[in-house]
Design a protein around this ligand. Sequence first.
Ligand code: ADP
Ligand code: MG
Ligand code: MG
Length: 895
Amino acid sequence: MARYVYDFAEGGRDMADLLGGKGANLAEMTRLGLPVPPGFTVTTEACRAFLATGAEPEGMAQEVARHLSALEDSAGRPLGAPDDPLLLSVRSGARFSMPGMMETVLDVGLTDDSVLGLAKASGSERFAWDSYRRLVQMFGSTVMGVDASRFEEAMTRLKEARGAPDDLHLDASDLAGLTDTYKDLVLDGTGEEFPQSPAEQLRRAVLAVFRSWNGARARLYRRREGIPDDLGTAVTVQRMVFGNLGADSGSGVAFTRDPATGRPGLYGDYLADAQGEDVVSGIRNTVPLAELERLDPRSYRQLRDHMLTLERHYRDLCDIEFTIERGRLWMLQTRVGKRTAEAAFAIAAELAEEGLITPDEALIRVGGQGLARLMFPRFDTSVTGAALAHGIPASPGAAVGAAVFDSAEAVRRAAAGERVVLVRQETTPDDLPGMVAAQAVLTSRGGKTSHAAVVARGMGRVCVCGAEELTVDTENRCFATRDGTVVQEGTVISVDGSTGAVYPGAAPLVPSTVMRYLETGEQSAGVVAAVARALEQADAVRRLEVRANADTPEDAARARRFGAQGVGLCRTEHMFLGERRHLVEEMILARTDGERDRALAALLPLQRVDFTGILAAMDGLPVTVRLLDPPLHEFLPDHTELAVRVAATEARGELPSLRDTELLEAVGRMHEENPMLGLRGVRLGLVVPGLVAMQVRAIAEAVVARVRAGGSPRAEIMVPLVGAVEELRIERAEVERVLAEVSAETGVPLPCPVGTMIELPRAALTAGRIAQEAEFFSFGTNDLTQTTWGFSRDDVEAEFFSAYLDKGVFAISPFETLDRDGVGRLVRIAVDEGRAARPDLKIGVCGEHGGDPDSVHFFHAAGLDYVSCSPFRVPVARLEAGRAALERTGGGARW
Ligand code: ADP
Ligand code: MG
Ligand code: MG
C-alpha cells in the first residue's frame, strides 16, 4: 500500500517530488543537524488522490495519527492539551516553490480551554491570546472560507479604538476581546462555531491546504511560471515555535547572498516579537538583519553559521525563514533562492571561483534569457523614485517618451522627432502604426500574450501590459493612477519592460556594462567579469557554431565583435530598397532584353559594393548570401496609392504620366492573392531572366575585389524556397556558369559553395535528393513554421495568437520557440536524409529561432553545425549552445 506520511528524519532534498520543496528541505536541514522543530510531511501523492476523489486516500488518516502521536511523545504533551498544549503549524509546499500562493495555518490546537493552559505554561497571557486570535483568523479564512479582509477590518477598528499605532500596543484583554470578535465573524460568516476539537482542526487544516493547490492565486501563478497543474502540494505538519513571546523573540527571512546583485553577505529582514507571517505582511516595519547582531548576538552568530552550512551544502544561494523563541534560534525553511539575472551570473562565477562548483555547473546555472536582459540599458532605480503603476513586464528594455493615446497621434509626434509611449486600454491590429512609431507600449488590460505583448516583442518594442491600476481615458487623452494622479497627453513617462514599472518623467538610464563589454571587450569587475567567464566557458564546450544574420557591413562587424563566426544569412532584398528602388522598377517594367539588361547593369555595382563591405567585415569567415527571395511587387508602389494618384490626375482632366500608367499596369499584373506562396524565392530566379546572373556576378566580383585587396573572402551562395531538386539543379547551373565566367575573366579561382534553404515541408521531405545538388542546408524556420502550420505570420500573430495561447493550443508562439513536434520533426528528417546522401553536408539554421534559447538546445540535439541569428542575439546563442552541450537530455533551456 502507498505510504503517505514521512517524518522529517526520513526525508531528504532529493524527495521534493513527493514531499514538496519545503518538506524535502526541512528534512534535509534536520539531517544536517540544524535546529528544526520536529514534524512530518503528508505527500503530494495524497494530495493528488484527495483532489481527484474528494476524499482522503485510504490509510492516510491512520498514518497521520501515528506520526502525530510520535510528535506528542517527543514533545511530552498532547496536541491542544488544556494545561500545556502542543501546537502545530500546517504548511503547504509544492515541488516548485510558489511563495505565498497557497495556504498555511499556524497555532493549530488552541481552543477556549487550551488558550488558558498556554497562558499559564508560557507565563504570558498576551502571547496566548495573540496566538489564539491568529489561529481563528487563519483557520477562519483558509479553512472555513470567511473573507480575510473582515478580520483585518476588526483589527484596524480595535487599534483605532485603543489609539494603538500597531498590534504590539494591544494588551491581553484587547486580544482576548479580538478573539471573540473573530469567532463571531466565523459564526456569522459560516453559521458554524469555530471548532473546539484540536484533532478536527488538524484534519480540516490539512485538507484545506490540499485544496489551496487549486486556489485562484495558485492557478494563475502556475500558468505564468509554466508549472504543471497536476503536481499537487505536500502538507507539512510541524511543532510551533513562537516568535511572538516578547522582545527576546522574533521572526525573520534571510539570504546567504544579495539576491539582487549576488554580492556575498547576509541579507534579510527581522521583526521582533512577531510570528513569521508578520514579516512579509507589512503590519510593522522590519529592521535589516544586521540589527539582529545587536539585539541578540548569540542567535545572530548561530544563524550566520547555519547559513554558511546551508550554502556550502546546497552549493548555491539559499533563502531562509527563521524564528527566535526566547533567545533560541529555530530554522523554519530553506530553499535555493530566486535571483535576478545579474545575481545569477555573479553567484555562479563566484561559487566557481571558490571551487564549490565546476565551471560547467556555473554555466548551467545561468541562461540566455538573463543575458539578454543584462544587455539592455536600465533605469537607474536608485533615483527613479516611486512608480506610477506596475504592470506585467511583457517586452524588456527601458523607454522614455511622451504619453499618447492613439496610434495616429503616436505617428504624428514621432514623425516630428518626438519620442512617445503609446498608452491604450488594449491594442488591436489598427494600433500597429502607432506601435511602430512608439518607444514603448503601455496597456491597462491583457496579459503576456495579449496583442500588445505579442506584437511588441516581435518588433523589439518595450511593453508593459495589464497595468490594471491605471484607468486609461482615451477620449479625454489621459490616464489616472490608483492614487488619483492624472497624466495628460504629452506628459513624459518612463516604462521599464523588464520589471513592469511605470515612472513619472524621464527616469535616468544607465547603459548596460555588459553591452559595453560585448561591443568593446572592455572588462570590469562584477557582473561583466561573470558574463565574460560564462561566455568563455560556453565557447570552450559548445559544438554548435554561431553565425549572424547581417545585411550590412556595420551589422556584420558588430556581429563579429559579439563573437559571430560568420554570416549565416545575408539578405539581398534590403539592398534593393531606398533610392535603388527605381532601378528595380526599371527592371520590372522593362519591355525588351536591352532595357532589362541596362537596369540590371545599373544595380550590379551597387550590389558589389555591399558584398565587398560585408566580406571585408567577415574576412576569413563564411558569408552566406541568399539570392533574392521576396516577390517583386514588394518593390513596387502600393496598388491603391497608385490607382488613386492616376484617378485623381484623370479627374483633373490631365493625363497621368506614362510611368504611373505602366506601374499601375505592372502592379495589377503582378498582384497575387497570396504572395507568401507566390512568385518568390528560387521561382523568381527561374522566371526573371538575368536576375540570378546579376546577383551572382556581384558576389563573384566582390570576392575578386577582396582577394586582390589581400583578403580571404569566403562567400557561399544560398538559394531560397526550393521545393524540388530540379529547381535547385537549374539555378545551380546558372550560378556555376557565372562563377566560371567571372573566374575566367579575372583569373581568380571562385570556389563558392552553393546550398539551399530548407523552408518548405517538401524540401525537408525530399532532403536526400536535394542534398545531391546542395553543399549546405540552412533551415529557414520562419517560413518552415508558416508553411508547416499553414500560418501567415503577419496575419495570424496579431489576429488570434493570444486566443490560441489562452486556450492552450500552444504554450508559446511557434514563431518564438521552435515547434519540436511538427517543424522539429521535419528538421530531423532533413538532417538525417541530407547527411545520408552527402555525409559532409554542412547544416545550419537562419530563422529567428537560431537565437532562441530553447530552440538552440533543439538544434544542438538535432545535430546541426551552426545557428545563425540577429547580431544582438549572438551572445545569447553562444551561451545556450554551450549549455546545450552540457545537457545530457537535450531537454530545454528555460530557466
Ligand atoms: P510560505 O510557503 O507562504 O512561505 P510557510 O509554510 O513558510 O508559507 O509559512 C509562513 C510562515 O509561517 C513562515 O514564514 C513561518 O514564519 C511561519 N511558520 C510556519 N511554520 C512554523 C512553525 N512551525 N513555527 C513557527 N512559525 C511557523
Ligand atoms: Mg515560507
Ligand atoms: Mg524564407
